[in-house]
Design a protein around this ligand. Sequence first.
Ligand SMILES: [Zn+2]
Length: 143
Amino acid sequence: MADIEHPLPNASWETRGYWEGAGRGEIVLQRCRSCETVQHKPRGLCVSCLDGDLEHFVATGRGTVYTFTVTNQNQAKGFAEACPYALAYVELEEGPRLLTNIVGCDPATVEIGMAVVADYARPERSDGEDFAVPRFTPAEPAP
Ligand SMILES: [Zn+2]
């Protein structure tokens, strides 16, 4: 089972902070300075009060599996060789849920509620950007 070859992230003015943070090995989220809502994906406005006064902060990188599926067939380039793999929503300690992969364990052992920590895939690229793709591994070693 090979690693997924992730498509290269492209940053917009809204998402650059997130992708650059991942490149440093950090999960970067946004918090509204008006109502303190924490949000992901990155946006120009608060999803709760529509205020544009947002700040970025470094999250803990810890969370739990909110839900997941194990993909056994995917013919797409970069994914076919990685089957079976776990696709999951991870609920971060700060609240937002991230669509991601669970790696570093047998996909058959992934469970809802499982504690996970961020890990970063670094697809090779030649444009000088230092982005990474967040994914998660079990917080506790597999028994
Ligand atoms: Zn707000």
